[in-house]
Design a protein around this ligand. Structure first.
Ligand code: ZN
Ligand code: ZN
Length: 378
């Protein structure tokens, strides 16, 4: 991703802040920070903040107007190399970082007005901000940034296409295992998935890999454990990787060897039809909830309505789960550039589960599937 992309995003964020009436935005190490600067870092106990003022010209008394990073001194070289943020302030271990926060907010004219803070900011940092700006009002960064992040640009889509391709290749490898998977534990298979994702160009796993064999598959967010995979047992395989920071997320449910329970074929067929109907429903202007309804109607008609225990999907971007949510009650219209998962499932307690998931990009006249591997169970 080129450096200009992040500078341009900071400009768009500033414009959004003005539109929403906010005076400024404060991010800590988060996906929002990554979106605005390209700097990807895990949160830690040291104050590392990006402060973006909305005003241009500056607020009364302000002496600075630029988006500014306040970082621990040990990060200075790194952020100067990895971001195009021109204003970087540092504080050293042994200094009082809260004084640096207070000075920065003061210099940017942000000790009052409405300040938006990262939705995921640790309470300890949010509390320091409150102390530094006791007269400010507070809101969440998503008020300004969610609408920017929800439509993906071409660079973001290219990254997600590459991540999806790595996952699709991995699904093909898993299918090729066939009877060799019988006797492996769920955890063995999860390790194998991580290896294959890396071989196919992925960077790590985007979330905890789900390998749900037999009854474990009936728990939609089971991770992986020491259960050995048996012949005839449906196995829910839900995993993702990242490319350039952007994740993939897809699910296939396979029977590696032997014949599945008689009812399983009916369940799989219902899920597959529901998934196809929901993907068919994706186009600009359609409310997200209509996509959920399209999947749910098929599963209800097959007699499994009560066993479809979750929403049909979620938006995907730097966060694996983000807006828009494909769920009853969300009447937000789909727009070109949005990426959503379509992942209906049926879960029969104590027996097995079945889920099929692909990511789709909303296009000008329908959608593009990011995942294209076989959706069958063998
Ligand atoms: Zn998934
Ligand atoms: Zn998903």
């Amino acid at each position: 991703m080129t450096e200009d992309v992040h500078a341009e995003r900071r400009e768009r964020a500033t414009a959004r802040l003005r539109e929403t009436g906010a005076a400024g935005l404060v991010c800590f190490p988060s996906r929002n920070l990554q979106y605005l600067t390209g700097f990807a870092e895990e949160p830690g106990e040291r104050h590392l903040l990006l402060v973006v003022p909305a005003d241009d010209p500056p607020a009364d008394g302000a002496t600075a107007t630029e988006p500014t990073l306040l970082v621990p001194a040990l990060y200075e070289t790194q952020v100067r190399e990895e971001t195009t943020v021109g204003a970087v302030r540092t504080w050293a271990d042994g200094d009082d970082p809260t004084a640096a926060v207070r000075d920065l907010l003061g210099d940017l004219g942000l000790r009052e007005g409405r300040l938006l803070v990262d939705d995921t900011m640790w309470a300890t940092f949010a509390q320091d901000l409150r102390d530094a700006a006791p007269d400010a009002e507070w809101g969440l960064a998503s008020e300004a940034l969610a609408d920017l992040r929800v439509r993906k640009d071409e660079a973001e889509l290219d990254a997600m296409r590459a991540a999806a391709a790595a996952a699709d290749e991995t699904v093909r490898d898993l299918r090729d295992l066939g009877a060799d998977a019988v006797g492996m534990t769920e955890r063995d298979l999860a390790d194998r998935i991580a290896d294959r994702l890396a071989v196919h160009g992925g960077e790590g796993t985007a979330f905890e890999t789900i390998v749900g064999a037999g009854p474990n598959g009936a728990k939609p967010h089971h991770g992986s454990g020491d259960r050995e995979i048996r012949a005839g047992e449906p196995v829910v395989l839900d995993f993702g990787t990242r490319v350039d920071g952007y994740p993939s997320d897809q699910t296939r449910t396979l029977v590696f060897d032997g014949e599945p329970p008689a009812e399983y074929e009916r369940v799989h067929e219902a899920v597959r039809e529901a998934q196809a109907a929901a993907v068919e429903a994706v186009e600009p202007g359609v409310p997200a909830e209509a996509v959920d309804r399209a999947a749910r109607e098929v599963i209800e008609a097959a007699g499994y309505g009560d066993a479809f225990v979750h929403r049909t999907g979620h938006g995907v971007g730097l966060d694996v789960h983000e807006e828009p949510y494909v769920v009853a009650g969300n009447d937000r219209a789909l727009e070109p550039g949005m990426v959503v998962s379509v992942e209906p499932g049926i879960y029969l307690d104590g027996r097995f589960g079945c889920r099929i998931e692909d990511l789709v990009v909303v296009t000008e006249n329908g959608c593009e599937r990011l995942n294209d591997t076989d959706r069958g169970w063998r």
